[in-house]
Design a protein around this ligand. Sequence first.
Ligand SMILES: Nc1ncnc2c1ncn2[C@@H]1O[C@H](COP(=O)(O)OP(=O)(O)OP(=O)(O)O)[C@@H](O)[C@H]1O
Ligand SMILES: [Mg+2]
Length: 362
Amino acid sequence: MILDTLSIINFKNICEEQLTLSPDVNCFVGDNGAGKTNILDAVHYLALAKSMHTLTDSQSVCHGKDSFLVDGKFKRDDGRLDHVVCGYTRRGGKTLKRNGKEYDKLSDHIGGFPIVVVSPADSALISDSAEERRRYINRLISQLDRGYLAQLIRYNTTLQERNKVLKMNPAEDMLLIYDQMLSTSADLLYQRRTEIIAQMRPLVEEYYALLSDQREEVEIEYRSDLQSAPLSELLLQSRQKDFVNEFTSVGVHRDDIIFSIGGYPLRKFGSQGQQKSFLIALKLAEYRLLAEKADDRPILLLDDLFDKLDMRRVAQLLRLVGGDMFGQIMITDCNKHRLQRTLSEAGVEYKLFHINQGKATL
Ligand SMILES: Nc1ncnc2c1ncn2[C@@H]1O[C@H](COP(=O)(O)OP(=O)(O)OP(=O)(O)O)[C@@H](O)[C@H]1O
Ligand SMILES: [Mg+2]
């Protein structure tokens, strides 16, 4: 999939801009605070109807304005065209249109416009709690499998209800109903997470080896209570404990994904550059899964390309994503000369935009 043209009105510090993008590599260079990441975020709005940061829609409206509009014309790998317009007004909220027709539900758009973002904010996936990693895997699987999100919502609702019921000292029969409902949802979520992480593992290893010139080995591993027994059994075993604690102490809400390097936890023993390389390998694995599912190459956004990486790894990355497996790419960096030199050395052609105070010039 390729974003051919992008128009932006009153989105953060970008008042009005129209860009014609290259189907291959697009570079956005400029000083800190110029608006480079904001352009990528506008693209993210078109693909997923929300900011790539934890920003609300209203925070993305240019200060002092009432609305923003992002408009993009996409070309699919099979030649089909798609015109997407995402608008937000402070009074009327958000609207999303595809080819002139407004979506009934924003969620109908999700998964149809694959995009993968590599950004400095990804480091939270390593440094933060398991909840962050569950959020990541949930977001990814939701794009791959429409039924997953509904199942996840069902699980979380049942979990909340079970926790509420535990506080009321209920009859065991009543609890059994919740246990059954929870187990049914949990089994499906567990199965999907197991499958997806198993698919990602060899890809992450492969990409990490490429980026690091095989200097070190990394691994991802799924951890779930359900690996020891089905949830229905675990709930029975932990019932007394749950009564005392008044919450459900086992289930897929406690799942985690373990990242390691050379057999040790990545968070403690990986250098900053190794952690960054790992996150890129993870995102490229994600790219492959999304590309396969959509039968369309996602757009790859590389925000702050040189963040924590040495020249050699950046060059490896560029050679990799410059190949045919990857489609359109958007890169930001604050150092134009460094970026141009590395791209030339990697033999990658590109289009360059200078960004200054929310304005783009060629
Ligand atoms: N709602 C808004 N209205 C107006 N300006 C905004 C809004 N939100 C953010 N900005 C401005 O956007 C700018 C930041 O843009 P952006 O994050 O794209 O910078 P950048 O070019 O990526 O910089 P860096 O190199 O530091 O990453 C800041 O100047 C900020 O004040
Ligand atoms: Mg930025």
